[in-house]
Design a protein around this ligand. Structure first.
Ligand code: SAM
Length: 394
């Protein structure tokens, strides 16, 4: 077990300030334990780390950014956005006689998002069209992993349906991205607080990154994205990223899709926006699906805790949710998955069985409201696959 150094409040406060400045994170998204972890990884006295931080020592910058960053990602996350790209946006692009498309996955983590959009564009564009995807991230280790293009089961979890083929299974359970997808995708280091890579880009995905940022950092980062957006282009954010519609952009479609175009390109009246985000996102604007929005909002808050590595907070929030709304199946599966990640397979198995029990009379195609609307089939298959792997027990 690693022993974290004791940091006095002043050192903790000043290193938190540095991490916030370098990453764009709001201070309340930076856990004290992450700062302790960074100092520990440097094998140096905390006062020395502090002194080096004021000189922007690259090793200190790197350690702090790495420790606070959250790299949660998987293939075809938010699948409805990929469906929108393939079914609505690409036909529109082709109608304007475009024969190529450039996309940027900004804050791509280990590359799953960049490869997913590359596979989607390759399938949706006519044969012979040019597709180019750039993935960028703050962290070197993420960019290196993205270039390796080799993924385990967690990146391929069932909540991201495999909408477009993009990898081949390898011996040993890993999957390697297909050559045709790798050939159109490249990766660079980049900080969203700095000027964007050379554009223009027709499509920008910046999803589940800004949720951690301070309002000022969101403004700066979004401006950089808008600066390189091609005419007719679109920017896709995650469901919790934006406290309000950013200047220069307008919602293009259902609010839950979080797809934006340049304001002047969307003449329709604006849809209502989510209120300004505090330390944690407030409940989302109401959705026209059953069940009522409260369980979905609580679920989304739990996902923020999971993204921040606050697993016990998430577990508590989900347990309360399941007690109050026992038929909210997405919450039961989320709890189960959290137990799986913590190696608590018996607790997970019990909840997976609960998922099967609560869905046994529902039509397989019926969509259940959750952070992403997914059919009953998805929940039953996820639970059944897990239980098969544990011999049904655990
Ligand atoms: C939660 S992951 C999201 C990955 C992917 N976009 C998705 O939605 O699945 C957030 C990523 O943003 C990156 N990130 C955080 N701050 C950043 C910054 N200032 N500039 C660029 N990337 C940043 C992190 O390193 C991390 O890989």
């Amino acid at each position: 077990m690693s022993v974290r150094p004791q940091l006095d409040e002043r050192v903790l406060d000043r290193l938190t300030e540095c991490a916030a400045r370098w990453t764009g994170f709001s201070r309340d998204a930076i856990l004290p334990d992450a700062i302790r972890r960074a100092v520990h990884s440097l094998h140096a006295d905390p006062e020395e780390v502090l002194a080096r931080s004021t000189a922007h020592d690259p090793a200190v910058v790197h350690a702090l950014c790495q420790a606070v960053s959250v790299g949660e990602t998987f293939f075809f996350r938010h699948p409805d956005q990929f469906r929108w790209v393939a079914q609505e946006w690409i036909p529109e692009l082709l109608a304007s006689k475009r024969s190529g498309v450039r996309a940027w996955s900004a804050g791509c983590a280990t590359g799953e998002e960049a490869y997913s959009i590359a596979a989607c564009l390759l399938d949706a564009m006519p044969r012979g069209a040019t597709v180019a995807v750039l993935g960028t991230d703050l962290l070197e280790r993420n960019v290196a992993a993205a270039r390796d293009a080799l993924y385990g089961a967690w990146s391929r979890r069932p909540s991201g349906p495999q909408l477009h083929p993009l990898f081949r299974e390898q011996p040993g359970g890993k999957a390697l991205i297909e050559d045709r997808v790798r050939q159109v995708t490249r990766f660079h280091l980049h900080n969203l607080l700095e000027q964007a890579p050379a554009g223009p880009f027709d499509l920008v995905l910046c999803r589940n990154v800004l949720v951690y940022f301070s309002p000022e950092a969101v403004r700066v980062a979004v401006q950089h994205l808008v600066d390189v957006l091609a005419p007719g282009g679109a920017v896709l954010f995650g469901p919790m990223d934006l406290p309000e519609t950013p200047r220069g952009l307008a919602l293009a479609g259902a609010p839950e899709l979080q797809i934006y175009r340049r304001a002047e390109a969307v003449p329709r009246p604006r849809a209502r926006q989510a209120p300004v985000k505090e330390a944690l996102p407030p409940p989302l604007p109401s959705r026209p699906r059953t069940p009522p929005p409260e369980p979905v909002a609580v679920h989304l808050r739990a996902l923020v805790h999971i993204e921040r590595g606050e697993k016990s907070l998430a577990q508590r929030e989900l347990a309360d949710l399941c007690a109050q709304v026992p038929d909210y199946v997405p919450g039961i599966l989320e709890r189960a998955l959290l137990h799986v990640r913590q190696g608590e397979r018996a607790a997970a198995a019990q909840l997976m069985r609960e998922v099967l029990r609560r869905t046994e009379r529902l039509p397989l195609d019926e969509e259940l409201a959750g952070p992403e609307p997914l059919p009953v089939r998805f929940y039953r298959e996820s639970a059944a696959t897990f239980l098969r792997g544990t011999g049904g027990g655990a």
